[in-house]
Ligand binder design. Structure first.
Ligand code: CU
Length: 146
C-alpha cells in the first residue's frame, strides 16, 4: 500500500506533466501583429508570409507583395522547385482585379509579386497557389479596404 507522501509525489508529477507542452506537435503560428499577413495553405503543407508595398494596401493604386513560402514548420523551402501563382477577387461582387499580377521567383520559396491593384473598397480575397512536385495547394487570405 502506498503512503500519503507517495500519492502526493504522483499527483505532483501529474500536474507537472500536464503543464508541459506536448512534444511532437507543430509550432503554433505566432499571434503577433505580423500574423495578419501570414496564412496556412488549405492542406496545411505551407505557411505563406507576405508583406505589401505600400503597407497597408492602398485603394486604387498599384502595389506589390513580397511572399515567402515556408513549410508547415515555417522552415524556408530550399531550391527552386516551388512555383507560386497569385490572384485576388471580391467574392461578393464576383469579379477579380483589372490587372494581371506578375510573379518573379527569388529562390528558396521567395517571390515578388508586382502589378496588383484593388480598384474597389470592400472585401478582397487574395489566393496563393503553391505548386511543388506537380501538386498545387491553395492558401487564401482576406483583406478589407475602406
Ligand atoms: Cu467589387
Amino acid at each position: 500500500m502506498r503512503s500519503l507522501k507517495q500519492w502526493e509525489a504522483i499527483a505532483l508529477a501529474a500536474v507537472v506533466g500536464c503543464s508541459r507542452a506536448p512534444s511532437g506537435t507543430l509550432p503554433a503560428v505566432p499571434s503577433s501583429p505580423a500574423a495578419a499577413n501570414e496564412v496556412r495553405s488549405n492542406g496545411d503543407a505551407y505557411v505563406i508570409r507576405f508583406t505589401p508595398t505600400p503597407d497597408p494596401i492602398p485603394l486604387g493604386q498599384l502595389f506589390s507583395l513580397d511572399v515567402s513560402v515556408l513549410d508547415a514548420r515555417t522552415v524556408p523551402l530550399p531550391g527552386k522547385d516551388v512555383t507560386l501563382a497569385v490572384d485576388a477577387r471580391m467574392p461578393e461582387h464576383q469579379h477579380g482585379m483589372n490587372v494581371e499580377p506578375r510573379v518573379t521567383p527569388r529562390g528558396d520559396g521567395r517571390f515578388t509579386v508586382t502589378g496588383m491593384e484593388f480598384h474597389m473598397a470592400g472585401r478582397w480575397e487574395i489566393t496563393f497557389d503553391v505548386t511543388r512536385a506537380g501538386l498545387t495547394e491553395r492558401a487564401q487570405v482576406e483583406k478589407v479596404l475602406e
